[in-house]
Design a protein around this ligand. Structure first.
Ligand code: NAP
Ligand code: GCO
Length: 267
């Protein structure tokens, strides 16, 4: 078989991107739509879903939104059945919905730790479990888990997030191991530091007008010398969602401007 650029196309595919109202999820959904996929997304409440639908409409994408908390297995199973009836069974799942709590570990309530693990690790398991049976039946499917630098690195205040994203990396490899035989690929995208509402507190200008010290720290640690933008994730997402990556499985593609390759500036 010869390689054709059409192998990157997603026409006729149904892509579900969780939590995709704005930020990384929205940009990934936009890119999958550009490649031809039909977009469905969910969020935790009606107001966010309505906002999402309006955001997609504004750029000419007809996306269907569902109110669903990704940590609630009953609600997730119901949503997946509804999508199957109303749009078609899910061909591409992007586990994007995520939260972070930045608290020194010894000050962190166990309830907060559990909540981060629930949204960032248990929910991708719940979501993948819900879509896999149809993917197995069809003999094809793509699952993309949004991991993090914190799948590999630690940092002060993000113990729960790092534990969850490290776990998500291994869940990715395990789904690939367990279901690869059905022509299902499960890969991760590990974004570097991306300018979204989630990282806004790390980029806030100081009272004296100076850049936030964390902002300066990240730019200094990134060979590309800038924060990432959600659009930096578009190409990698299309690749991992498409036939072009059919023999790529259990891989985490870090899109980090080179952070993981870099020891830091020499003095
Ligand atoms: P974001 O702006 O906070 O967006 C995450 C979305 O998920 C929000 O719309 C949020 O809803 C939704 N969500 C949260 N809990 C949910 C639940 N239980 N059920 C359904 N939806 C839920 O985050 P982002 O920066 O775009 O990040 C998206 C993903 O990339 C996350 O997994 C994040 O950890 C990961 N990531 C981000 C960066 C970065 O630098 N920004 C880097 C690496 C990885 P609300 O609007 O109601 O909160
Ligand atoms: C943090 C950040 C993380 C990063 C991201 C890095 O506090 O370390 O907010 O969420 O943005 O996950 O890949």
């Amino acid at each position: 078989m010869d390689f054709k650029m059409d192998m990157f196309r997603l026409d006729g595919k149904v892509a579900l991107v969780t939590g995709a109202v704005y930020g990384i999820g929205f940009e990934i959904a936009k890119s999958l739509a550009t490649a031809g996929a039909t977009i469905v997304f969910n969020n935790i409440d009606q107001a966010s879903v309505a906002q999402g639908i309006a955001n997609y409409q504004e750029i000419g994408i007809v996306a269907k939104g569902y109110v669903c908390d990704v940590t609630d297995e009953t609600a997730v199973q119901k949503m997946i059945q509804q999508i199957k009836t109303e749009v078609g069974s899910v061909d591409i799942l992007v586990n994007n919905a995520g939260i972070i709590k930045r608290t020194p570990m010894i000050e962190m309530d166990v309830a907060d730790f559990r909540q981060v693990i629930d949204v960032d690790l248990n929910a991708p398991f719940i979501m993948a479990k819900a879509v896999l049976p149809d993917m197995i039946e069809k003999g094809q499917g793509k699952i993309i888990n949004i991991c993090s630098m914190m799948s590999e690195l630690g940092r002060e205040t993000v113990s729960a997030y790092a534990a969850a994203k490290g776990g998500l990396k291994m869940l990715t490899k395990n789904i690939a191991s367990e279901y690869g035989q059905y022509n299902i690929q499960c890969n991760g995208i590990g974004p570097g530091y991306i300018a979204t509402p989630q990282t806004a507190p790390l980029r806030e200008k100081q009272e004296d007008g100076e850049r936030h010290p964390f902002d300066q720290f990240i730019v200094g640690r990134t060979p590309a010398a800038r924060w990432g933008e959600p659009i930096d994730l578009a190409g990698p997402a299309i690749f991992l969602a498409s036939e072009a990556s059919d023999f790529v499985n259990g891989h985490i593609l870090y899109v980090d401007g080179g952070i993981l390759a870099y020891i830091g500036k020499q003095p």
